[in-house]
Write a protein that binds this ligand. Structure first.
Ligand code: GDP
Ligand code: MN
Ligand code: MN
Ligand code: MN
Length: 254
């Protein structure tokens, strides 16, 4: 078995209103059935015009309070609060659950690979955008494909960031191994493979984090296509099951 990862070349600097599906299809005419198209959330956000400048934001008293703790600009803190359902840490950084349920630093607000002094927020309905782009590419190409929208995130326990899935179309987030047998016939009891994060990480080896200009990668050779409805939120652990989140909240409320 082999796996192919291919950059979609010649994507321009994306601007508000750009048709991401058309741009990807135009530059990847050989799309095949079961291809997985990995797309950096940054270009989805740019196409949606999800940019803002700090000086457009009026901080609340709550933002001022948190900013006094973590030393960040109160307007930046307010932007994070606006994108968050719940705040798990206030200092030295803000770990939050964003409006789509994704737990990340700064609600995913990002200045990298955005022009001027603009900041970018994550798309609010990432599965919806993955589906819209996926369906449009399916219509143009006549092929059945999957889409993973990604963002770069830090992780607990380890230095270094990796790309992770934040929106899905036609691919289940988790590959079930429970009930399967290992090499020696032992039945697996807890193995669930977060395939979409693995694919996101692999695609990032080509995207990089800087000026490579590769916001879309085609992954070929995996058999993970589904036409069932999927959501990235299926893989978001509930607070009740998340000991780390519970510990952080205890610390915060102490
Ligand atoms: P994020 O992980 O979604 O925040 O995206 P990054 O900022 O890490 O960028 C991922 C890749 O997309 C890098 O190769 C960037 O150079 C590239 N990229 C970001 N925006 C654009 C764009 O508008 N056009 C092109 N061609 N590449 C972009
Ligand atoms: Mn970025
Ligand atoms: Mn980002
Ligand atoms: Mn990135």
């Amino acid at each position: 078995m082999s796996l192919i990862l291919k950059a979609v070349e010649n994507i321009p600097l994306i601007e508000k209103g750009d048709d991401i599906a058309e741009i990807i299809f135009k530059n990847a005419p050989d799309i095949a059935d079961k291809d997985i198209i990995v797309i950096a959330s940054t270009i989805i956000s740019k196409s949606l015009g999800l940019t803002f400048r700090e000086d457009e934001i009026v901080p609340s008293a709550e933002a001022e309070r948190i900013a006094a703790l973590n030393g960040k600009d109160p307007r930046f803190v307010q932007a994070i609060l606006d994108q968050s359902l719940e705040v798990f840490t206030e200092t030295p950084f803000m770990l939050v659950r964003n409006t789509n349920g994704h737990v990340c630093i700064n609600a995913g607000i990002d200045a990298s690979n955005v022009g001027g002094d603009l900041l970018l927020t994550l798309p609010e309905k990432p599965d919806g955008h993955a589906a819209a782009i996926g369906k449009a590419i399916e219509q143009k190409s006549g092929k059945k494909i999957s889409v993973i929208i990604t963002d770069t995130n830090g992780r607990s326990f380890k230095e270094g960031q990796t790309n992770v899935a934040v929106g899905l179309y036609n691919i289940k987030p988790i590959r079930q191994w429970i009930g399967e047998k290992d090499l020696y016939g032992k039945v697996l009891e807890i193995s669930e493979e977060a395939v979409v994060d693995e694919i996101a990480g692999a695609a990032n080896l080509i995207m990089g984090e800087g000026g490579d200009g590769v916001p879309a990668v085609i992954v070929r050779g995996l058999d993970l296509y589904t036409d069932e409805a999927v959501s990235v939120t299926e893989m978001y652990r509930s607070k009740e099951r998340d000991l780390i989140i519970q510990g952080l909240l205890e610390l915060k409320n102490k």
